[in-house]
Every structure is written in structure tokens, then in C-alpha cells.
Ligand binder design. Structure first.
Ligand SMILES: *[C@@H]1O[C@H](CO)[C@@H](O)[C@H](O)[C@H]1NC(C)=O
Ligand SMILES: *[C@@H]1O[C@H](CO)[C@@H](O)[C@H](O)[C@H]1NC(C)=O
Ligand SMILES: *[C@@H]1O[C@H](CO)[C@@H](O)[C@H](O)[C@H]1NC(C)=O
Ligand SMILES: *[C@@H]1O[C@H](CO)[C@@H](O)[C@H](O)[C@H]1NC(C)=O
Ligand SMILES: *[C@@H]1O[C@H](CO)[C@@H](O)[C@H](O)[C@H]1NC(C)=O
Length: 324
């Protein structure tokens, strides 16, 4: 029994819920799915090194699936159909696993629709549309993972997520976009290395918002960060460098605060703000051009002018009634 198993046992004995560790000794096809039918909330599935072909939905709460503690991930779970893993319950943890999706199509490698999910120290890749899909849920944390070669996006956060989606300390590389936050998605994206995706590092659009804090966003094939379609971002303390086109590109009613970043680009603008968008620029280290076509100032003036005109007309009406 290694230290980690001992720790699990210790936690089980002293927790109020009776929980068990199910140790899987050999990597048979479908063994995880079969074990999931037997587990109770609070249980852990501990997988021995090996290659597991499986595809499953986790519907029970408080389940942990782990490959142990070894730093070179020795447990590989893959699927040729559907998402490899779908999380549809609360408080599920995936830890020290190498997970891939080989089938292609519009599927995720890990698809999270239940709240309280955590993915730690995993390696994720996909032949589908994205490695991780986080949809209409809350309390999700992705920490210290390597997320690579995922198709359209490394991580896609979409449809009305809560305020507590945290993407932290991951390496996100070699997909079309590193992260996509869309359709009222919300996320905190902190201290990740977002490098060499073929289009943008981070793309936030369609009524979404993000706090982008302390990331290194470099060498992406088009732009570093893109904010558009009525979305808002706070962009602070990042290094946004050597992306092929624009460092930070804001358009179509995008709204950003940019503070304390290091931004440099050689080919196009460091920051580009289009006509209907707004940017508050704090202290940054910028090498390159800042283009500001924003007409936000004028948009603010129009309501003020209208209000003044209405006030004047009202005043004259009142005045007119008085003198009559
Ligand atoms: C799951 O864990 C949470 C918090 O750790 C606890 O409040 C809840 O009762 C657990 N649910 C089950 C079904 O074990
Ligand atoms: C998200 O989930 C909530 C509650 O489960 C539901 O009311 C809402 O319609 C969902 N939103 C979307 C965009 O699916
Ligand atoms: C950007 O590229 C230049 C030239 O290759 C290199 O010197 C510099 O260190 C790079 N910057 C970052 C932050 O990687
Ligand atoms: C900018 O970030 C650096 C490094 O994190 C920090 O030391 C510094 O105080 C910050 N400056 C401002 C103005 O926030
Ligand atoms: C861009 O221009 C708008 C409107 O003129 C102004 O309100 C805003 O402060 C400017 N932003 C920057 C970063 O220069």
C-alpha cells in the first residue's frame, strides 16, 4: 500500500460517510463503466497503470477516479465514441489520468454538465471538437493539466456558467483556440501557459465574461486575446507576446479593462479596439501600436444630450403653464 492509498483509507475511515476504494487491477475494456455501477457516493476508483478503452457518464455524486500519484501518467483512458467521460453529478474528481477521444465528430473528451467537478494533473487530447466542454454549470476547477491537440478549442465554457469556473495553472496548446468562453459563459483564467494554438489564445464572445489574470499567452497563430459580441473582460498581469496578429483585439461591443500586462507584437497592433467597443487602459508595458477606433465616448454623449433636450422641453412647458 503506497502513501496515497493509505491516505485514501485514512480519509474513508474517519469520514462520516462510509466510502470505499475500488482498486482496478487490470485494464479490461469497459471495466470503469462496470465499476461505476457498483460504487456509492464518496467512493474512489483507483486505476492500475494500463490502457483502458471506455466511455462513461458519472451520475453519482462525490466520486473520485484517479491514476495514483505517479508524475508520468500511467493510466490512459480512451474512447472512439461519444465523450470519453461525461460528468453529470456533483463533486466529481478526475486526477492523474491521460484521457483522449479518438472518434472525432462534435464530442468532447471530458464533458462537464454537473457542478463541483475538478480535473487535476491530467493530460487531455481529442479528435473531436474540444478537450473539455463546461456547459451551464458551476464550481468547476481545472488545475495543472496539459490540454493539447483538441480540435476547435482546448476548453470550451458555454451556456450560462456560474461565477466559479476556475481554469488555473494549465498548459493549453496546439488547438485552434486555447480557450473559448461563449453564450453567457463566465470564467476566471489564471496563470496558465497558453501557447501555440493555431488561432487565438483566448476567445470570449456572445454575452460572456472572463477575468484573465497572470497568464502567459504567446506564439498563437492569430491573436492573443479576442473579446467580442457584447462580452467583457478584465485582463491583468499577463504576458501577451509573439502572437502572429494582434495582442488584444476587441470588437463588436466588446468591453475590456487592461491593466498591468506586458504586451508586445511585431506584425500587427499590440491592442486594437474597434468602433463599437470600449477599452480602459491602465498601466501596461506595451511594445507596439495601440489602435483605438472606439466611439464609446460619443455613445455616452447621446443619452446625455437627449436627457438635456427633454429637460429643456419640460421646463418650457411648466413655464408656459405658469404664465398662463
Ligand atoms: C458529497 O460531498 C458533499 C461535500 O463534501 C457533502 O455535503 C454531501 O453530503 C456528499 N453527498 C453524498 C451523497 O455523499
Ligand atoms: C441552465 O440551467 C438552468 C437550470 O438548470 C436552466 O434554467 C437554464 O435554462 C439553462 N440555460 C441554458 C442556456 O441552457
Ligand atoms: C518573442 O520572440 C522573440 C524573438 O524570437 C524572443 O526574443 C522573445 O523572448 C519572445 N518573447 C516571449 C515572451 O516569449
Ligand atoms: C503589476 O504586477 C507586478 C507583478 O505581479 C506587481 O509587482 C506590481 O505591483 C503590479 N503593479 C500594479 C500597478 O498593480
Ligand atoms: C478610446 O477612445 C474612446 C473614445 O474616444 C475613449 O473613451 C477611450 O478612453 C479610449 N481608450 C483608450 C485605451 O485610449
Amino acid at each position: 500500500m503506497n502513501l496515497f492509498q493509505f491516505f485514501l483509507l485514512f480519509v474513508c475511515i474517519f469520514s462520516l460517510h462510509s466510502c470505499r476504494v475500488h482498486k482496478i487491477k487490470s485494464a479490461e475494456t469497459g471495466i470503469i463503466s462496470r465499476t461505476l455501477q457498483k460504487v456509492k457516493p464518496g467512493d474512489t476508483i483507483l486505476l492500475s497503470p494500463g490502457i483502458y478503452e471506455d466511455s462513461f457518464v458519472i451520475t453519482k455524486p462525490n466520486i473520485t477516479i484517479t491514476g495514483g500519484t505517479s508524475t508520468n501518467l500511467e493510466v490512459h483512458i480512451f474512447s472512439r465514441v461519444e465523450p470519453t467521460i461525461m460528468i453529470a453529478s456533483e463533486n466529481v474528481v478526475l486526477d492523474h489520468l491521460l484521457i483522449s477521444q479518438l472518434g472525432g465528430g462534435t464530442v468532447f473528451t471530458v464533458y462537464i454538465v454537473g457542478s463541483g467537478a475538478e480535473i487535476n494533473t491530467c493530460d487531455l487530447s481529442s479528435n473531436g471538437i474540444a478537450c473539455v466542454g463546461i456547459r451551464n454549470t458551476s464550481k468547476v476547477r481545472l488545475h495543472s493539466n496539459r490540454i493539447h491537440d483538441c480540435g476547435q478549442a482546448g476548453i470550451k465554457i458555454f451556456e450560462q456558467t456560474g461565477n466559479d469556473i476556475l481554469i488555473e495553472g494549465n498548459e493549453i496548446t496546439k488547438s485552434k483556440h486555447g480557450l473559448v468562453v461563449r453564450e453567457k459563459g463566465k470564467a476566471t483564467i489564471r496563470q496558465n501557459l497558453i501557447v501555440r494554438n493555431t488561432e487565438s489564445g483566448i476567445f470570449v464572445h456572445t454575452f460572456s465574461s472572463a477575468v484573465i489574470d497572470g497568464n502567459v499567452i504567446i506564439e498563437n497563430g492569430k491573436n492573443g486575446v479576442v473579446v467580442s459580441a457584447s462580452s467583457k473582460c478584465k485582463i491583468k498581469k499577463n504576458v501577451i507576446s509573439n502572437n502572429t496578429n494582434i495582442g488584444i483585439y476587441v470588437y463588436d461591443n466588446g468591453h475590456v479593462k487592461i491593466k498591468n500586462n506586458t504586451i508586445e507584437t511585431s506584425i500587427q497592433d499590440a491592442i486594437s479596439i474597434s468602433k463599437n467597443s470600449f477599452c480602459h487602459l491602465g498601466k501596461n508595458q506595451i511594445k507596439g501600436v495601440v489602435t483605438n477606433y472606439s466611439n464609446w465616448g460619443n455613445r455616452l454623449k447621446i443619452p446625455i444630450i437627449v436627457t438635456l433636450i427633454v429637460l429643456c422641453i419640460s421646463f418650457f412647458w411648466v413655464f408656459y403653464f405658469f404664465i398662463n
